[in-house]
Design a protein. Sequence first.
Length: 245
Amino acid sequence: MEHTGAKPGDLQHDRSRVVGEKKEKRKKKKERGSNNTFSALGGGAERMRTGCPRPPEKMRLAGQASSEGGNMIKSMVLGRYELDTWYHSPYPEEYARLGKLYMCEFCLKPSHPPGDEIYRKANISVFEVDGKKNKIYCQNLCLLAKLFLDHKTLYYDVEPFLFYVMTEADNTGCHLVGYFSKEKNSFLNYNVSCILTMPQYMRQGYGKMLIDFSYLLSKVEEKVGSPERPLSDLGLISYRSYWKE
């Protein structure tokens, strides 16, 4: 046997060092697995515990939030996005007092809205959802919309309305882009009661697409339609832009 000159004490020291390094690596690996660290746009890191393997795209959009009521949802996490809310919405007390609302963008319901898919082009679809047949979904949709619409007053009485929900599909499901609602029987021939494009999809042409879709429905029904007044501030801007074209 070749003599290396190593002493038993030296071998014991090396073995302890190797074992210690392995333990440290396992500890660091475990910490990385149990903690998802996300970098917020524009600067420092924000830690958020989530089951999503990808970081959410955090968007801070300009808007003056209302201070109505003592309890108010200041922000919400919807799918990959964290959004600052703009207005008060009358969610139940147990949700409102949380300050931040974590909402599944699908439940609103499964991996796509309920109802009938009446339009599809590429990855964009529109679903017609009956407020009477899918009451809970439509109520949740209205409560969500109130966080971004100042003048919205309809939350729970959804049965007389049809909702046209636009989605963008990928391999995880159909993501909510926006929607408009209208009365099933409008004596004044309103073709839109409420319209909303989600903040993360604004300024991409989806608002005009929703407006255009509402007029196409009126054409199919052989009616002369117009949106219900008063329009919200953003709704007025969108319609004026659409009418100019």
